[in-house]
Design a protein. Structure first.
Lengths: 754, 187
């Protein structure tokens, strides 16, 4: 190939890239990738590369990013260089953003189902037709069954203000986030212990870090992963309890704990700390209440007992507890960030918080802290100057729902009392569709959430989808749930839209913008705020969407901060200039925590009246869950660094890096079953079976098997991910835990050669 | 003064997250299915429960005595003024001699250009402008460092003064400019 031919090829491909929707499909899996000139030509190009500061959405964490745009295309994404927590760094998923943006497999037009559910037959329609269809169906359901027969579920995020307005305006109380499939048990524990969910860990400054399944190096949150990495570089010790040898485990001391026995380890820590007088009595007596009840509860939770339960030797339990206590208060027993292991997982999370409080690590460097948004700072005279809070866009009040929620959230004297009302027990939707208890859900709106993959009991989920009068999914791909929907609405990606300013406050206030880096790649896709505003207007609910567009919305939002839209667009991320990390007890170990503890009693509630009322377990009590009998394996799951749960299996470059998952099994167990590495196997949880490929490894307990989550997709429109790998939630029977949580780790499976 | 650019890979800090892998693909427009760098796990060592593992970033080792340069019949592979091994795409005839000669399996035939391709330390697009290679600036674990070893004050020189850097396959006498730090990992 000579130089001239190369130039021709380059211009030809460039033409494709500038082409209309139809020709873009010719571009290969990497969109902008596929034209190539020599790097010299690239470097000498007259087109200036510009940078647009925005925030990522390859997962939910919304990391600040610098989007590089050249020739009108996003060519690269980097971490925001001026945010110290990120330092220009972004993970593999964040780097892969352009590959999603230019993916020809994105959905490009609104669609209405014309075949049977699950048949995959849709017709493309105009937005107006889609809105009209949804509006008619929703009003039919409302008229016939009441607004409460409409459920809404989203992956929690800034879209909720807009998305939820539709349901709330129709009088539905049944508005859910995905949180029950995520760390909701932690939120419940925080709320019932501190009256405050907004507690975070100061990993960067800690000296001793114990993970109970938390996997910072595969379940990546860039700022937290970097902070843990920094702590390790500074000599912090890391201990990891996990049935599987995760990447995080490989960076510390791995303790392959028996699944579902974590609470025994934590209670034994408390037992040792009390017996050896290693805890911070002054802290407990000043800030906490109910410690005596906890001491009573852990009295017999000796290291010897815990060794029997957990499979970790008592010597190790004692040594680790002593090391942890010796590092106080710069030590963290991590409160976790994952879907619940067991039905009563929130008690594990509460026990973890209590053991942390026993070393007095609240509001000090290297421990836990409450986030410091502007409204928090107002109470502190020397911080008040930094308290520039966001405003909001006014909305009329919503009609009162005529019935209670289907999941019992908020009902006093039941576990529902402590389920966060913002989140709810999202697993209950399918149950209520199928059983019509306490009443039937007839219509379900889903936004950027994929219950088929994210919730357990997938078979029941499909049955539930089939019974609905209306299922609407708004997403960027034809997800598995979208595939079963009546209406599919194509959202544009995060690289093409504005969003409300995101309050990302940590130890200082922090605001992050999301703004378009490029115009719409597929012109018939829309940002969510526009979709729900237009749908609301079509339904006569326009009063709930009183803003012209998102620039207007942001302008209203940031007015009180004194920032302008132009300034925040230019900066991307804003934190009050000159403000240092603020820990309430950094300089005064007896400082009041009244602003941190948002419960009525202004105490750390080791014994919680509310939990007692709701579940009769005011302090965490140990429940011994069954262990697998011979021939069966505990089924555990986890995250991988190159994918985000249900979100990225079909994103071209991430799919290329990891198109499928495998079933991990210990070498000894493989040999007992006559299985070899790479064998095709059938995994059975009784009624449900999945096929997969076996990975023989020394990195897992012999009584457990593991797979990464997010695979085994059934939507044929996810052309790269379709039919590949094991769908973990298909194997796990549907169960709703005590506080509405999904349950992931109490299922046993058998494995045989396929 | 000429530079002696070196990449330092601190294996204990690498979490195998592949941010470098993806950043490189976009920075250098590497075609689908091809990679200039990848960071696979180096296998799991030991027997349950006493196991260990690390990841090892693979890419061109930037040899100072590079077999790929010696075997190239058209002088397409060359050392630039700062000792970085580069490929002149216009001179490359795609004969693959260099791919065979490379002891690190770092080269491939770019399916878009038809020319041999590999890591360039992002020389043209980043390093020559005073920036770091794309992989280094996106490294989540903080395992990657880059700098001029001819400058004793550079971060890279300072780091190597305190830590033992090792090159891959030293017995071949290729004198790579990529240094691996094995401290804290079980080799």
């Amino acid at each position: 190939m000579n130089g001239g031919e190369k130039m021709k090829r380059r211009n030809f491909l460039k033409g494709i890239l500038y082409g209309t929707g139809g020709t873009v499909a010719l571009v290969g899996g990497f969109g902008t990738f596929n034209y190539l000139g020599s790097e010299k030509a690239e470097a000498a190009s007259q087109d200036l590369e510009t940078t647009v500061f925005s925030s990522c959405e390859m997962c939910r964490n919304q990391c600040p990013i610098a989007v590089k745009v050249k020739d009108g295309k996003v060519c690269k994404i980097e971490g925001h260089p001026n945010d110290a927590a990120f330092g220009g760094v972004i993970c593999a998923r964040g780097n892969a953003g352009p590959s999603l943006l230019y993916d020809p497999q994105r959905i490009k037009k609104p669609m209405i189902r014309i075949g049977e559910r699950g048949e995959g037959k849709f017709k493309e329609v105009s937005w107006d037709e889609a809105y009209t269809y949804i509006a008619d169906k929703l009003y039919n359901v409302k008229d016939q069954y009441g607004g409460e027969a409409i459920a809404l579920a989203s992956r929690k995020g800034p879209h909720d203000w807009f998305f939820r307005s539709i349901g709330k305006a129709l009088g539905s109380p049944n508005v859910f986030s995905h949180e029950a499939t995520c760390p909701m048990t932690r939120s419940v524990a925080l709320e019932t212990t501190f009256g405050n969910e907004a507690i975070a860990a100061d990993y960067a400054n800690t000296k001793y870090l114990i993970s109970i399944g938390r996997n910072w190096f595969e379940g990546i949150h860039v700022a937290q992963t970097r902070a843990v990495s920094k702590a390790l570089s500074n000599g912090a010790k890391l201990v990891v309890l996990d049935p599987r040898f995760s990447v995080t485990a490989s960076k510390g001391e791995w303790l392959p704990i028996k699944g579902t026995t974590d609470l025994a380890f934590v209670m034994a820590m408390a037992n040792i700390m009390i017996r050896e007088n290693l805890y911070d009595q002054a802290f407990i007596s000043q800030y906490a209440e109910g410690f005596d009840k906890w001491a009573e509860e852990v009295k017999d939770k000796t290291p010897e007992w815990a060794e029997q339960e957990t499979g970790i030797s008592k010597e190790k339990i004692i040594r680790i507890t002593r090391e942890f206590a010796a590092a106080k208060p710069k030590a963290i027993l991590d409160f976790g960030w994952r879907t619940a292991y067991t039905p009563n997982d929130y008690q594990l999370r509460r026990a973890i918080l209590i053991v942390n409080m026993m070393i007095g690590n609240l509001e000090v460097p290297g421990g836990y802290y409450t986030t410091k948004p502007a409204n928090f700072l107002k109470s502190y005279p020397d911080q008040a100057a930094y308290a520039k809070g966001l405003g909001s866009v006014a909305q009329p009040s919503f009609p009162k729902a005529s019935k209670g929620r289907i999941d019992g959230t908020g009902v006093k004297g039941t576990p529902g009392q402590i389920i966060p009302t913002y989140d709810g027990a999202v697993g209950k939707i399918a149950e209520s569709i199928l059983t019509e208890e306490p009443y039937a859900i007839r219509a379900w709106l889903v936004h950027r959430f994929n219950p088929y993959i994210s919730l357990t009991g997938s078979t029941k989920m499909i049955e539930a989808f089939k019974k609905l009068d209306l299922l609407v999914t708004c997403d960027v791909y034809m997800t598995d749930t979208a595939y079963f929907s009546d209406v599919v609405l194509p959202e544009c990606t995060y690289l093409e839209r504005y969003e409300p300013i995101f309050d990302m406050s940590g130890l200082t206030p922090k605001y992050v913008i999301r703004q378009p880096a490029v115009p719409l790649v597929y012109p018939d896709t829309k940002p969510y705020w526009q979709i729900y505003k237009e749908l609301g207007e079509k339904m006569g609910l326009g009063d709930y969407f009183k803003f012209k567009d998102m620039e207007d919305y942001i302008t209203q939002q940031i007015a009180p901060t004194g920032l302008t839209l132009a300034q925040i667009k230019e900066l991307g991320v804003w934190t009050p200039p000159g403000m240092n990390a603020f820990y309430v007890r950094a300089n005064d170990s007896k400082a009041s925590l009244d602003n941190v503890l948002s419960n009525q009693r202004k105490k750390i509630e080791i014994f919680s009246e509310e939990v007692e009322e709701a579940t009769k377990q005011g302090v965490p009590k140990y429940i011994s869950h069954p262990q697998p009998e011979a021939g069966k394996f505990r089924f555990v799951q986890g995250k991988v660094a190159v994918h985000t749960n249900a979100g990225t299996a079909n994103v071209p470059i991430l799919n290329e890096l990891m198109p499928t998952n495998t079933l991990w099994m210990n070498t000894v167990s493989c040999k007992q079953l006559g299985l070899n590495d790479g064998d095709e196997v059938v995994i059975s949880s009784g009624t449900y079976e999945q096929k997969g490929k076996l990975k023989m490894t020394e990195g897992i307990r012999p009584d457990s098997v593991f797979c990464y989550h997010g695979f085994g997709r059934i939507s044929p429109e996810l052309k790269r991910a379709f039919g590949k790998g094991i769908h973990d939630n298909y194997l796990i029977p549907h169960e709703i835990g005590e506080v509405g949580n999904a349950v992931t780790s109490t299922t046993f499976v058998t494995v045989r050669k396929a | 003064m000429a530079k002696k650019y070196s990449m330092i890979i601190n294996l204990a800090k690498c979490i195998g997250c592949q941010a470098c892998t993806v950043a490189c693909k976009f920075q250098n427009k590497v075609p689908e299915g091809q990679f200039r760098t990848k960071t696979p796990a180096n296998g799991l060592k030991g027997t349950y429960p006493n196991v260990s593992q690390y990841f090892i970033k693979e890419a061109c080792q930037m040899c100072q005595k590079a077999p790929c340069v010696s075997v190239c019949p058209t002088k397409a592979s060359y050392y630039n003024e700062d000792g970085v091994v580069l490929i002149d795409v216009d001179k490359c005839v795609g004969c693959k001699y260099c791919m065979t000669a490379c002891p690190y399996d770092a080269r491939f035939l770019n399916k878009e250009t038809g020319a041999a391709d590999k890591c360039t330390f992002c020389y043209e697009l980043k390093v020559s402008k005073g920036e770091k290679p794309a992989c280094v600036s996106t490294c989540v674990g903080g395992a990657l460092m880059f700098g001029d070893l001819n400058d004793p004050l550079s971060e890279a020189s300072q780091f190597l003064a305190k830590h033992k850097g090792e090159v891959r396959k030293p017995e071949l006498g290729t004198h790579p400019n990529v240094n691996y730090i094995y401290e804290g990992v079980v080799k």
